[in-house]
Design a protein around this ligand. Sequence first.
Ligand SMILES: *Cc1c(COP(=O)(O)O)cnc(C)c1O
Length: 381
Amino acid sequence: MKRNLLLTPGPTQVPPQLCEVLGRPIIHHRTPQFQENIKQVVEGLKEVFQTKNDIYILTSSGSGAMEAAVVNLLSPGDKAIAVDGGKFGERWVELCQTYKANTVVHKVQWGKAPTAAEIKSLLAAHPDTKAVFITLAETSTGVTPDVKAIGEAVKNTPAVLVVDAVSGLAVQEIKTDEWHCDVVVSGSHKGFMLPPGLAFVSASPKAIELINKCTSPRYYFDLRECKAAMAKIDTPFTPAIGVMIAMVESLNMIKKEGLNNMFARYAHLARAVRAGCAAIGLELFPDPACSTNVLTAVKVPAGIDGEKLTKTMRDTHGITFAGGQDHLKGKVIRMAHMGALDEYDILTGLACLEKVLHQMGHKFELGAALTAAQKVLNSKG
Ligand SMILES: *Cc1c(COP(=O)(O)O)cnc(C)c1O
């Protein structure tokens, strides 16, 4: 059987111990047994989110949690600031516009991060803003902004800060409470190493106030219903039961490794990948000053077809990288270092990248990426 190594920024590899849990017979969700699962998942998530706020569990992909945030916080005509510096920032904009918010779009060059100063001046120009939407790890470009500083800029205004942490949570640091992030959204299929199916939304008291005042129609994603259900240790609808049960195990794995050790592991892998890429002439796409450890996005060398590169790696060798999105299609490749990956997965990915790039005519010394990555991996992290 051919290998199927996912070095993609979602879905990520599901480790064998989680596959085993996912393969168990289903149980009913309106049972004390499942209530125990809900309790453990919420408790575990609070540790990973680093919050004492409510956390609601939805059955959807990550975008469902984003939609839930928008439809529960914004009434038609409400003003929102949405940062658009990539595909996922653009999703915030599209969601805000879909629900008829008066949307102030803060365009940021792809590969650059929005700054707290920019958010501060936007809030000063738009004091009636209800919510500011940002992205912890902009997966399309590999950028992370200074969320802590942005939180400082938003906290003393009437606006809530909403953070898309779908790819960033459990991979890089986010301190929901300390950084004043009122709403943080995430999902099961990135840092949590599970299939898609569950999405999470945290809500601060400031956010809950807005949720209760909001006049937008909502049904499946009504966070008021989630809150009421959560008080009874229940969910409003049938959740992704299997993913939920496996989530308990995923959270145990995270707890066992320790958040900070995990962040350090990903940072170490990211350094190795970047050193490897640099050694074979692949330039980092995002500004290194604001690049995230969730993934490495590099420019495809001139004369090389990036789409063919990732297709060959996947179809011939069973190793999946992500390509570029939108205007970066064919121009960048993205290698994730998140979830159940270790140094040998990274080295396998780089070896395959070298092989296919070499076959496609890119000039470099074979083994250079592996040597450079090995040097980093064998240094103290
Ligand atoms: C993956 C991802 C999402 C959600 O995508 P879904 O396909 O709906 O799960 C949202 N934001 C970011 C930054 C992501 O990486």
